[in-house]
Write a protein that binds this ligand. Structure first.
Ligand code: URA
Ligand code: SF4
Length: 268
């Protein structure tokens, strides 16, 4: 690769332009212990009953068996009306995902923030702009061979990290999305996505650069983890690491695409 590192990083939008100008109202995400501690009071301030309560709506668990048989329209409408966890109570709308339903690439974030909740599309706020720049750095465009989803479909109040039980409640929808998409590679953005998809609860930094597997029935989908863009907005030095992860992802995708071409065609 002949481009200089600084040029590549610039292409990722890694210059000062991506710095947050003020405290994000904002973007979810904690990648390290300090951030996590900062995020706790938001969740802790709410009584557990308010977070998980069923005062206004019945909390009907997701019927995983039914979801596993859904097509895209059925999935979309099931998610739109879902009341399976407390996050349904404060959402404006559920945010299923966006992009190419035949995509090779699947990026998974944490959960909708304020702008996503208002617009019904994942990653449209500040973090989304950085994600778009990250995609552009490896010649990808939102919606073109790329699908973007989140671990939970409804906005956690105050943009706190979704809790394990909320991610578990929402998992059948994500599993169905993956089954319908049949992506060649999944890129997990941040710890919450790593927890939701791989059931890995460790530090994100320790999982970078490794190839994980997601099992969808008989199919095995390779999985790579990297930092969440909202975290990168606040931790500029780690952007270089995210760039390494993206290069790793691109190499892995090329291998996957080559392997796909080598498979015998039906009827051969
Ligand atoms: N952060 C996320 O994890 N997902 C979004 O859709 C937006 C911000
Ligand atoms: Fe349902 Fe998922 Fe929304 Fe919870 S976050 S209410 S499980 S769609």
């Amino acid at each position: 690769m002949s481009l200089s590192r600084s040029r590549l990083l610039q292409e990722m939008g890694l210059g000062p332009v991506w710095r947050l100008r003020d405290a994000p109202g904002g973007e979810p995400v904690a990648e390290d212990a300090a951030d996590e501690a900062a995020a706790v009071p938001v969740a802790a301030a709410e009584p557990a009953a308010a977070r998980h309560g069923t005062e206004n709506r019945p909390a009907l668990p997701v019927d995983a068996g039914a979801v596993a048989g859904m097509d895209w329209p059925a999935l979309r409408s099931a998610v739109a009306g879902c009341t399976a966890c407390g996050l349904c109570r404060e959402r404006k709308q559920a945010v299923l995902g966006v992009g190419d339903e035949q995509a090779d690439w699947l990026f998974i974030g944490e959960g909708p923030g304020a702008e996503e909740d208002a617009r019904g599309e994942p990653f449209v706020g500040q973090a989304g702009k950085l994600l778009d720049a990250m995609l552009a750095a490896i010649d990808l465009t939102r919606g073109d061979n790329v699908y973007i989803a989140n671990a939970v479909k409804c906005r956690p109040p105050g943009n706190r990290t979704p809790e394990a039980d909320e991610m578990a409640a929402c998992r059948p929808y994500l599993q169905r999305q993956i089954a319908l998409l049949r992506p060649k590679l999944i890129v997990l953005l941040g710890r919450a996505a790593m927890h939701a998809v791989l059931n890995e609860e460790g530090a994100l930094g320790a999982s970078r650069g490794k190839l994980f597997e997601y099992r969808d029935g008989e199919r095995v989908v390779p999985v790579i983890v990297t930092y969440h863009p909202a975290y990168l907005l606040r931790n500029l030095p780690d952007k270089a690491k995210a760039w390494e992860d993206l290069c790793f992802a691109r190499r892995t995708m090329r291998q996957q695409q080559r392997a796909g071409q080598d498979l015998p065609l039906p009827g051969d």
